[in-house]
Design a protein around this ligand. Structure first.
Ligand SMILES: O=C(CO)[C@H](O)COP(=O)(O)O
Length: 255
């Protein structure tokens, strides 16, 4: 069966309204935005343009999501955004537990578990990021860390009723400027383990995307690995041409 990869980008804390509009317009105008039979595209803007991006891409097959959401649907949680609010803005997916949130905003396995369960309860797809630090990687502890983070993330989800959870393996040592892209064979091995673990716990494996210094030179090799179900791209996809170039290369290589 031909693969139908997920290919998406988070803009992190980037883009003004005008820049977001330009990206969405370029994506909307591209044929790739209406070909979800070949690849499931997704874009994760900052909250400031979430509603606008969801509207702009509303007639396309592109899923728009949020970079975080709280575990409660409403209440006295100053500065937070709830999964119900994400849904109200047109968001269909929530990214949870990115390493930047775990490192700089005290996100823990427990908050990731609560947020994942809340996203699913609200009918959103939870895109849960897991990843080993450089220290853990060098100590050969990658497998153990990914197992702990995955088990915690899915521990509170109510699976009855079509819960949608996707895992993104993002080695912390691969992310951002100065990151080292993971060797595709190494990434594939880690994905295989996560798929095996989730299959054993849930009856069927969760999809596992790879993120961390994905670029035009390594996207095809990564996406063609047996256990890599898609790519989660940062810097290389922040310009629409960059994103669409990767989508086109990956889809062509798979067909
Ligand atoms: O979240 C990511 C993808 O949006 C991830 O952190 C990878 O970022 P990149 O290294 O800039 O591709």
């Amino acid at each position: 069966m031909t693969k139908r990869p997920w290919i998406g980008t988070s803009w992190k804390m980037n883009k003004t309204i005008r820049e977001a509009d330009a990206f969405c317009e370029a994506l909307r105008a591209s044929d790739w935005s209406k070909q979800s039979d070949q690849a499931q595209l997704f874009v994760i803007p900052p909250f400031t343009v979430l509603h606008r991006a969801a509207e702009a891409l509303g007639e396309t097959d592109v899923i728009v999501g949020a970079q975080n959401a709280h575990w409660e649907n409403a209440g006295a949680w100053t500065g937070e955004i709830s999964p119900a609010q994400v849904k109200d803005c047109g968001g269909r997916l929530v990214e949870i537990g990115h390493s930047e949130r775990r490192t700089f905003f005290a996100e823990t396995d427990e908050t990731v578990a609560k947020k994942t369960a809340a996203a699913v309860r609200n009918g959103l797809t939870a895109l849960v990021c897991i990843g080993d630090t450089r220290e853990e990687y060098e100590a050969g502890r990658t497998g153990e860390v990914l197992k702990r983070q995955t088990q915690a993330a899915i521990s509170m989800v109510e699976w009855a009723g079509g819960a949608k959870v996707i895992i993104a393996y993002e080695p912390v040592w691969s992310i951002g400027e100065g990151g080292t892209p993971a060797d595709p064979a190494f990434a594939d091995e880690q994905h295989a383990r996560v798929k095996e673990l989730t299959a054993a716990e849930l009856g069927s494996p969760l999809a596992v995307l790879y993120g961390g210094s994905v670029n035009p030179a390594n996207c095809v090799d990564l996406a063609n690995r047996a256990n890599i179900d898609g790519l989660f791209i940062g810097r290389s996809a922040w310009k629409a041409e960059g994103y669409l170039g990767i989508v086109s290369d990956v889809v062509s290589s798979l067909s």
